[in-house]
Design a protein around this ligand. Structure first.
Ligand code: SF4
Length: 322
């Protein structure tokens, strides 16, 4: 890929892409190479256990979030050691690497602090682990959890990944999320105020959302201290509630094509401050789990298309920020 020669405030001059990458974000915090290692701590979530619902979020089948490496029960150290062995092939010898324990599956702050803290401490005790990334919902941050996260963040790098998904309340309601957009925005503020780094997940294409709707979101996010975004295109996954609805009445769904998705990403990023890094451009579910749409594209292909879209527009992330 040719270097992209537009200089952005938060990018090196010859960055290969016209948006801020997760690697650039990590480099602000770690001089060495960073590798995330997934951990499944066996956490549930309030939209599956009856607290807020039983069927889960409409788009979730529960399985796509499971780390590929997880076959060690809930033993945190065993999962991390296995992850280190798996990535050892990719990490060249002599190149120091710091590992981030990525508590990915389920809602990791839903369990009481006293139950979860030993698992987080177990992760931090593993050699080479230099921080925690904890996935959760914006409505599962009790006062006890905020105190625990603040205390951890004084000792080590802590990032919380919030499942924000949409910033439209009607869409969140339809998806069975059980929280509002305001809840997400205030969780970003609160976590940042206690020294925790914040990343969020957004899905483009949920039923009810349109490009006009999600073009409002960059300005909403620009007013928050969010640092990282993971983008997902809506994928209808086998076993999810959306899959049942889609198989019953596919004509009621407007699924994104790669062309519309890339255009949407470019439009979105032009309006998003360049201080916000992009961790992921699209979801990658296993082919046999996807009911629709089946794009058959690798993440690299999508990135190439996005870079080409920016090149044709002569634009870059943040160029249309207020
Ligand atoms: S998306 Fe998260 S909160 Fe929703 S059902 Fe899946 S794991 Fe639970």
């Amino acid at each position: 890929m040719e270097d992209f020669n537009i200089q952005l405030p938060y990018m090196s001059r010859n960055s290969a892409v016209p948006f801020t990458t997760y690697a650039q974000f990590l480099h602000r915090h770690f001089p060495q190479k960073v590798q995330k290692l997934p951990v499944d701590a066996g956490c549930g979530c309030p939209v599956r256990d009856g607290t807020l619902g039983v069927g889960g979020c409409a788009f979730c089948n529960g399985r796509s979030f499971l780390p590929l490496l997880q076959d060690e029960g809930w033993q945190v150290r065993a999962q991390l050691d296995r992850g280190k062995r798996f990535f050892a092939r990719k990490i060249s010898s002599g190149n120091p690497t710091v590992f981030l324990a990525y508590f990915q599956a389920g809602t990791n702050t839903y369990a009481p602090v006293r139950e979860m803290m030993p698992r987080l401490e177990e992760a931090l005790a593993v050699e080479g682990v230099g921080g925690l990334v904890i996935a959760t919902r914006p409505d599962c941050l009790t006062e006890a959890w905020l105190q625990a996260l603040q205390s951890l963040s004084r000792r080590t790098f802590v990032m919380v990944e919030l499942g924000v998904e949409s910033l439209c309340d009607a869409t969140l309601d339809r998806a069975g999320r059980g929280h509002t957009a305001r809840c997400s925005l205030s969780a970003i503020e609160t976590l940042t105020s206690i020294g925790v780094h914040v990343g969020i997940h957004l899905i483009l294409g949920l039923p009810g959302d349109t490009p006009a709707e999600w073009m409002r979101w960059p300005a909403m996010l620009a007013d928050t201290p969010v640092e990282v975004i993971k983008f997902h295109q809506l994928q209808i996954l086998r076993g999810s509630r959306l899959a049942a609805e889609y198989l019953r009445a596919p004509e009621q769904f407007t699924l994104l094509t790669p062309e519309v998705y890339v255009t949407s990403l470019a439009d979105f990023l032009e309006r998003l401050p360049a201080r916000v890094a992009v961790d992921r451009l699209a979801s990658v579910a296993k082919a046999d789990e996807i009911v629709a749409p089946r794009w058959g594209l690798r993440p690299d292909d999508l990135q190439l298309r996005l870079v080409e879209a920016f090149r044709q527009r002569c634009t870059y992330q943040g160029c249309l920020c207020r």
